[in-house]
Design a protein around this ligand. Structure first.
Ligand code: H79
Length: 434
């Protein structure tokens, strides 16, 4: 009998691991991955009723509120300055090629006309408009791809199995915890999102880490959910901000607040996979609008961050937190416009590139497109730059002006006579190589 049980268990394990390894992306999914990687720059939007409290998107949990009291903000949510076209124009002007918006964050409030819960922007607010429908239409008109953020963790629903966050949030009935019910709820919402809003290029999950320390390992049933996403829209990329190496069924790998291979914030220690990469980062400190959060990074810092992401073969998903009135903060719009001016001039050294031959250095980084190797110099104290290269350099010119840069072939690479570089956002030298 024991033997029988053991062999049944073994067979079950084998079947489970076989099915877990069976994800084969479709041709349209692979195409979508390529387009995603070519875009290199997207804008993240964190917007919800949390914006009204102006304390960031974690306010419900950080302040340990009663979720029913918090929910009352919905009945006053009237972002009368919201204009999807204005958003998309400002974002497009930055050179970003896609938008990822929070459809439902951890607080549980849905920003679209969902039939599965009344706690949504159409049914629970006086505003009553489906901002996702408006945004999706504006994205189509302006030819910019749309990605949807969707939270796995939930701080308000009774049925969500409690995780490590929101322990002090009150107002939920513990007796109603019901994972199958919650899982079904999420999948019905995902079906709406991937059915009613046209092509969605990616779905961006977040919150897995809420159950990463459970005594009994928590099963999010991701295989089933990912299969649902891919069956609804085969080209839709599955992303999960779990801070781990990608799981089976995922199409891109995310890093949070750090470029791949760096981990200054403790959220990005995972190894780098071969999937397309994306780092999400904020312009200021928080993701959702926070009234004291005015410490915006300079345009120079943001451009260099984007360039450095490209130098590592990664996209940058740069966050903006719209105000409660529906407008993007002026400080953000200004930076988007300035980044766009730069991208108009130098975008060719970013879009459609891959990581360059030389890993990030103190002086800057490199990107490559075909036979062009772009040397991005942020600061250089000496007159010349030695580049260890396997390829042969045929020519070197300052990108933009075309001015020739003298170089010598030396053992193991070239010595570029750049001159000292200072006071430039990014001094780019284009090498033609073979
Ligand atoms: O949506 C934005 C944030 O609200 C969300 N992700 C971005 C894109 C986010 N939530 N948490 N974090 C980012 C930081 C993560 C903190 C964690 Fe932990 C540290 C997760 C696991 C360890 C804090 C402590 C949360 C759980 C335990």
């Amino acid at each position: 009998m024991k033997k029988l049980i053991l062999s049944i268990a073994l067979i079950t394990l084998t079947v489970a691991s076989l099915s877990a390894q069976s994800y084969v992306p479709t041709e349209e999914n692979l195409q979508s991955r390529r387009e995603f990687a070519e875009d290199r720059f997207g804008v993240f939007i964190h917007w919800g009723i949390y914006s009204m409290f102006a304390q960031g998107e974690w306010y419900l949990q950080n302040a340990g509120l009663d979720c029913n009291e918090y929910a009352k903000a919905a009945d006053a949510f009237y972002p009368h300055r919201f204009d999807a076209n204005e958003w998309v124009e400002a974002i497009k002007a930055s050179g970003a090629r896609y938008i990822c918006i929070t459809t439902r964050h951890h607080d549980s409030f849905s920003m679209w006309d969902t039939a599965i819960s009344d706690y949504n922007i159409v049914d629970a607010t006086p505003f009553g408009r489906d901002i996702l429908a408006e945004l999706a239409e504006a994205c189509r008109e302006h030819d910019i791809a749309l990605h949807l953020y969707y939270s796995h963790a939930d701080w308000s629903r009774d049925d969500y199995p409690r995780g490590r966050t929101a322990r002090t949030v009150t107002g939920r009935d513990e007796s109603l915890i019901d994972w199958p019910h919650y899982f079904n709820f999420m999948n019905q919402q995902i079906e709406e999102l991937l059915t009613n809003y046209g092509p969605i290029r990616a779905i961006w999950f977040d919150g897995w880490w809420d159950h990463d320390e459970d005594v009994t390992p928590f099963d999010w049933q991701l295989d089933e959910q990912y299969a649902l996403v891919h069956s609804l829209q085969p080209s839709c990329l599955v992303a999960n901000n779990h801070h781990q190496v990608p799981f089976e069924g995922e199409d891109i790998q995310i890093f949070e607040r750090d470029l791949p291979g760096e981990n200054t914030h403790g959220l990005s220690g995972q190894a780098i996979s071969r999937l397309p990469l994306e780092t999400c980062q904020t312009m200021n400190g928080m993701w959702g609008y926070k009234v004291v959060d005015q410490n915006y990074k300079s345009t120079e810092t943001l451009i260099r961050y984007l360039v450095s992401a490209a130098g590592k073969g990664a996209n940058l998903l740069l966050n903006v937190g719209p105000q409660p009135n529906g407008e993007l903060p002026a400080a953000a719009v200004e930076r988007l416009a300035q980044m766009g001016e730069w991208m108009n001039q130098y975008g060719d050294t970013i879009y459609g590139t891959e990581a360059g031959d030389i890993a990030q250095q103190e002086w800057g980084c490199t990107t490559r497109k075909g036979d062009r190797l772009y040397i991005h110099i942020f600061n250089l104290a000496q007159e010349a730059l030695y580049l260890p290269l396997d390829c042969r350099v045929l020519s070197a010119n300052v990108y933009g002006t075309g001015e020739r840069v003298e170089f010598q072939r030396v053992s193991g690479g070239v010595l570029l006579e750049t001159g000292v570089v200072e006071g430039e956002v990014d001094y780019i030298i284009e090498l033609r190589t073979r």
